[in-house]
Design a protein around this ligand. Structure first.
Ligand code: EPU
Length: 448
């Protein structure tokens, strides 16, 4: 682990990164052909904690081969679960997951430090083991300080849990205990994706009817609710702001096919538009999950065709700038803000990028500026991009997952060679990205 002194965030705090494998990209190659979308990271991560809620086997298919899913698997095993990989000629990861022991009450800190979705295990542990201890979760450094978990803790408290913070030396752990979880009426003061999912799955085994209000409406939440209902839960309203969950005594096993990753699909659509060099067919996706992106593509003049499970992007003579403001689903997703910012460096005119969800997700704009982009930071949430500008390859460090993908797009359209370090951050959420991009003609090498 290294602190890179010349990479600081807007608050002048050094960014801590791990220097390991890197990508070497030779920019400017025309991109065309087919690329396949992987299973959704943010859907896959939530199914492993569900295994704590049932004694029966859950079969997962279309799981993406990414670092965060490996961490979720390891966490389940550390908590007494068994994970068996099943050979699948059709491709996509297939696993059988099953609980073997219910006795563990500590989430391992080395795993919790690595991914924020580790917090998803806490509710099921409380519901079935009456106790959970864990440090503050890690993950992408995209919010002020460490990303807060207050809405989870407040929700668990409303359901009858006791929350203690135990301090030791310079660290601290949360210790949550509950004899029996009860139903509650919970209003989320801010829309939260994992908060909604966590309390929704926890309430499945709580006594009575829980009502969650001001919920997130992301497709991954609907997919999770559909699966939980298929194994015996009683959830109504997922995909809308109010979700009602009637507690049941137990859940069964079942099969969960992970939905396509809409951020994977959107990243490739933006890459094809930014490269603007050939026809790109993005396969195995659900274009209906990206309506906000298509409405922007209409405005800026990108030529695309949507099919049931595919997206085709064709080159255009020119395209134009357009402002965005990130928003909860179905608005423009924050996870595509950084790739879109790169796209705007190639558009005609000026666009205001307004990141409303996280206050450290725009800092990567500074790296784009070093590549030749014309970007003025207004404050941590807003930047003005003026295009089109030529980008130039250089040595970079990926500050987080989505910024890392955006920098790959920038490197692929840049003149010359780019080296991107800290690619663990990219491997956390994109399956074999280098391999898939080479299929489009990209010159990208992984150096371990
Ligand atoms: N927030 C709080 N308190 C909480 C929880 C969240 O203040 O207790 C704040 C956050 O700091 C943020 C806002 O609420 O400002 C929304 O955060 P949310 O809880 O929705 O984010 P999340 O559930 O932690 C998920 C995805 C993110 C994605 C966001 C927004 C997973 C594992 N992660 O995060 O995905 O950006 O929703 O759509 O589902 C990514 O894939 O790169 C990624 C970061």
């Amino acid at each position: 682990m290294y602190i890179v002194r010349n990479l600081v965030d807007f608050f002048n705090k050094p960014i801590i990164i791990e220097l390991m494998a890197k990508f070497i990209i030779q920019g400017g190659k025309p991109l065309s052909g087919e690329i396949k979308v992987a299973g959704s990271k943010n859907a896959a991560l939530k199914i492993f904690p569900v295994a704590l809620l049932t004694k029966e086997t859950i079969r997962i298919s279309n799981a993406p081969e990414i670092e965060d899913v490996s961490r979720a698997r390891e966490t389940l095993i550390a908590l007494g679960g068994e994970v068996k990989k099943i050979n699948s000629p059709a491709g996509g990861g297939v696993f059988d997951i099953k609980l073997k022991s219910n006795k563990y009450i500590d989430l391992p800190s080395e795993l919790v430090n690595k991914f924020r979705a580790s917090i998803m295990f806490v509710g099921p542990m409380l519901a079935t083991r009456g106790e959970a201890s864990f440090p503050h979760p890690g993950g992408c450094v995209i919010g002020a300080g460490s990303r807060p978990i207050d809405m989870f803790l407040d929700g668990f408290k409303k359901m009858g849990a006791k929350v203690e913070i135990i301090r030791y030396g310079s660290g601290q752990v949360y210790r949550l205990t509950a004899k029996k979880l009860k139903s509650a009426e919970i209003f989320f003061p801010k829309i939260t994706v994992t908060g909604t999912e966590s309390l929704m799955m926890t309430a499945c085994l709580a006594e009575g009817e829980t009502i969650l209000k001001n919920c997130a409406m992301e497709p991954e939440i609907t997919a999770l609710a559909d699966f939980l209902n298929s194994i015996g839960a009683k959830i109504e309203g997922a995909g809308a702001p109010t979700i009602k969950i009637k507690g049941v005594n137990k859940l069964k096993g079942g099969e969960y096919k992970i939905i396509p990753d809409r951020i994977d699909a959107g990243t490739f659509a933006i890459l094809a538009a930014a490269s603007n060099s050939g026809e790109v067919l993005i396969k195995n996706c659900n274009p209906g999950h990206l309506e906000a992106l298509w409405s922007l593509f209409d405005k800026i003049g990108i030529n695309y065709v949507l099919e049931k499970n595919n997206i085709k992007i064709m080159p255009v003579k020119k395209f134009f700038a357009c402002d965005i403001m990130t928003h909860e689903y179905p608005g423009f997703v924050t996870d595509l803000q950084s790739p879109y910012t790169v796209l705007m460096t190639q558009a005609r005119g000026s666009s205001l990028i307004h990141e409303t969800i996280y206050d450290r997700r725009l800092i990567f704009a500074d790296i784009l500026t070093q590549m030749g982009a014309n970007i003025t930071m207004c404050d941590p949430h807003r930047a003005v991009v003026t295009g089109p500008t030529k980008l130039y390859g250089r040595k970079l460090i990926s500050p987080d997952l989505r910024a890392g993908a955006a920098l790959i797009i920038a490197a692929l359209i840049a003149n010359g060679k780019t080296e991107i370090d800290n690619i663990y951050q990219i491997d956390r959420g994109y399956e074999k990205l280098d391999e898939r991009l080479r299929n489009l003609g990209a010159d990208i090498k992984r150096i371990d």
